[in-house]
Design a protein around this ligand. Structure first.
Ligand SMILES: Cc1ncc(COP(=O)(O)O)c(C=O)c1O
Length: 400
């Protein structure tokens, strides 16, 4: 059990069939969904409308960084909402000032300045806009297999065909190269390139990661031609790598880091963290967002950082991540475990989707990816060793 997991329970609420019917009737059918309705969460557990508990190895898609409904985060949100629910960036705000200071202090980029927005795709749009504006160049080098979001600029640098296939017209200016191939990156880089953008660990592609020399090499290539290095840390950021940013364990500091998902524990928030050289492009009016930097989102960011830094979460992620890897290696059907911290791809000797479905029947939510044989684990970062063991035993029960 995780430290905070007191065994989440609750009375069944609305009938499940009605919830599913209503959502299907009125929401556009753009998502594949599990056939149950979640109504509560605590730590690494969530509860459905029939009272069934699940061990969550998916984290609401890498979002529940501090665990579901961490009391400190919930309190900060409630208190800020009661004090001042919203005001835009036309006025200064105490919660925003603190969130920016804390993000800057946590960032490995020296002298980090912050743009606040509401989602990962917006954070990436801001990064690309600033890189192009600062360099006066149009081309961006991006990776096959990379995912950066659903707005047009982010889709233009996304390297997964299933997301981009029918998008017309696609904005131009992208040169795509294979992830992990430094020679290919070198061939793509010249003085027309504004930036390289990559997920340091390619999550949707199955948690693919490269050696430290690759990231070092990209850094040197960028420096040689005057381009910026952008890490999309929407998934790897806010502690999932075992540090605030994956740049630290991977050993190479970029010019820009983008964050969303876990940065506010599930309250919608995104952030673009930029080096001083990039910040020069951010003059008045260049970027903006009505809701970005709203006081409640900022209170959630601050409380999330309080928990990550004050409750030993980075160390826990490293420890439990190693433990998971070691124990997964004892499962016969596991070919390889790749990734970083608590963003792990479990490569199986078979299709991952039926395994994920069978895990659900055993009360475990796990992710899949665009790699058909790879289960994806993105749990709350409060996961502990015994939770990890419970997952591995469930997996063993399914595959052995
Ligand atoms: C690496 C990465 N970048 C960007 C995004 C887009 O984030 P959002 O859905 O908040 O726009 C995602 C979302 O899954 C992601 O995984």
């Amino acid at each position: 059990m995780s430290e905070r997991d007191s065994g989440v329970r609750g009375p069944p609420g609305e009938p499940t069939a009605r919830i599913l019917e209503e959502e299907d009737a009125y929401q556009l059918p753009t998502y594949a969904k599990h056939p149950f309705a979640l109504v509560r969460g605590e730590g690494v557990r969530v509860l459905d409308s029939e009272g069934r508990r699940y061990l969550d190895l998916y984290g609401g898609h890498a979002v529940a960084s501090t665990g579901h409904s961490h009391p400190r985060v919930v309190r900060a949100i409630a208190e800020q909402a009661a004090r001042l629910l919203f005001y835009s960036n036309v006025c200064y705000n105490d919660a925003r000032a603190r969130a920016c200071r804390r993000l800057s202090a946590a960032s490995p980029i020296r002298g980090t300045r912050v743009f606040l927005c509401n989602s990962g795709t917006e954070a990436n749009e801001a990064a690309l806009r600033l890189a192009r504006r600062r360099t006066g160049r149009e081309v961006v080098v991006a990776m096959d297999g990379g995912f950066h979001g659903r707005t047009l600029g982010s889709l233009a640098v996304t390297g997964l065909e299933s997301y981009t296939r029918d998008v017309r017209p696609m904005p131009g200016g992208t040169r795509r190269v294979p992830f992990g191939d430094l020679a290919a990156a070198r061939r793509a880089l010249d003085v027309q390139v504004a930036a390289i953008i990559l997920e340091p660990v390619q999550s949707m592609a199955g948690c693919r990661i490269a050696g430290p020399e690759y990231y070092r090499g990209l850094r040197s290539l960028c420096d040689e031609v005057g381009a910026f290095l952008i890490y999309d840390e929407v998934q790897t950021g806010a502690g999932r790598s075992g540090a605030f940013s994956a740049a630290v364990p991977l050993g190479t500091i970029p010019d820009v880091i983008t964050l969303a998902k876990g940065v506010a524990s599930g309250f919608p928030a995104g952030a673009t963290l930029v080096a001083p050289a990039v910040a020069e492009a951010a003059t008045q009016g260049v970027l903006g967002s009505t809701f970005g930097g709203g006081p409640v989102a900022c209170a959630a960011i601050e409380a999330t950082l309080d928990v990550l830094e004050g409750e030993g979460i980075y160390e826990r992620v490293r420890r439990v991540g190693h433990h998971l890897r070691r124990t997964l290696a004892t499962v016969g059907a596991v070919r390889e475990v790749r990734g970083l911290g608590l963003l792990l791809g479990v490569v199986l000797d078979r299709e991952a989707r039926p395994v994920a479905r069978a895990l659900l029947e055993r009360g475990v939510i796990a992710g899949t990816s665009s790699a058909p044989d790879t289960l994806r684990l993105l749990p709350p970062l409060t996961l502990c060793e015994s939770d990890a063991d419970e997952f591995v035993e469930a997996l063993r029960g399914v595959v052995d």
